[in-house]
Design a protein around this ligand. Sequence first.
Ligand code: PLP
Length: 490
Amino acid sequence: MQFITTRGGAGISGAEAIVRGIAPDGGLYVPESFPRLSISEITGMARDSYAGLAAHILSLFLTDFSRAELDELCARAYARFDDPQIAPVKPIGGGFSLIELFHGPTQAFKDVALQILPHLLSASRRKVLEARRILILTATSGDTGKAALCGFQDVAGVDVRVFYPDGGVSEVQEAQMTTQPGENLKVFAVKGNFDDAQTEVKRIFLSKEIAHKLDERGTVLSSANSINLGRLLPQVVYYFYAYLKLLSAGAIEPGDEINFAVPTGNFGNILAAYYAKRMGLPVHKLICASNKNHVLYDFINSGEYNKNREFFLTQSPSMDILVSSNLERLLFELAGRDGARVREWMAALNEGGRYALEEDAHSRLRAAFSSGWADDEETGYAIRRARAERGIVVDPHTAVALAVAEAYREREGDRRETVVVSTASPFKFPSFVYASLTGELPPGDEFAVVSALSALIGISAPASILALPSLPVLHRDVIEVGQMKDAIFY
Ligand SMILES: *Cc1c(COP(=O)(O)O)cnc(C)c1O
């Protein structure tokens, strides 16, 4: 299998695409075609472990890796999760289920891909780069940063620089990043929002001057953001896993269509669901859930993408995004895989901050996706309701998806089983969850709230979060966006 670019660029191997991260033409790597699985091939995987299923799905794409190599990579990647199922699927009543993707070491769904990406990248480096080092640049809205740091800690031949918006992440998220040890890692708070940091990282990637300077030091740039193919492909796996678990629980019959509701920011998670659908997984609607920054909701409904709007900081910070990078991969499909059309849309986005789909592309979009959004007030209400009516405690991102999924079911009368993708532990956002459940906040900092939340809901907080206040802060730099290009050389 070769990987071509969304802007019409020629194909390269999986290992090369993983090492490069972003394509030299500014586009993203996509599979030259989607491997197709029949219903009996899908049900045939029902007894695979999570790691076994992951190796199977990845082997359909990464044909330059041996199956034995992928089996080993996946077994290592998923050894650090605190639930033997990796991604447990739980019925929550009324035709809804939850797939919990937060059982990795940093309590957010990013771990599912970022625990395997370092292994994929190391193996890819051996295949295509020989002795050169890889420098990973990552802009984060909170969760990617910690997950990347944790996954890449002391990985040989790879350095990592993480940039997060100063004041734009939760206290727990910030402490997770600034206390991260590892000789090969550096973390910077950037004076700007996530989009500022992400745009600057993209600019650094495309700078010939910086590439040249790094090349002289025997280093190549790569990305751990969800634009990297090595992030995207492992996310396809849990959509199959969810389907198989519903089958074995008897909630659906082979071939039944289901829906997925996904709290969406950079569009990586929900795009992986779309890939699973294209591979033959019986999916009816992908429900794209946004917060008050609902540029994607407007796009799905109107066909026009317009980032010229006010940016809001919300209680679901990992979705505070106005330019969703991975959307370009969907655009490529909506354009009938015509890279020239994608180039035109992206040029319009660059110049005027907007583009509009033609009718054919918009109707393809609406056929596969539905959408909704919830502001902080509705999100808090959804957290309270989920506990009262379903007996579960969800984080604000999951609550957005749950609220949107419930509204979708009500509005459309669609009775298909709907899986809500749960992307973070409630203990990662303790203040908002606590306040939503009780209507008040206990005194003290966010870590005091972690303990109070734990007592309130009768679930112990993850040990790694409880340990944070006693860990030394190792990263304190606050920099301007313009200093990021120099910071990568520290
Ligand atoms: C990253 C993240 C999201 C958004 O996922 P995308 O792939 O960027 O759309 C949602 N919830 C949480 C908790 C996250 O960390």
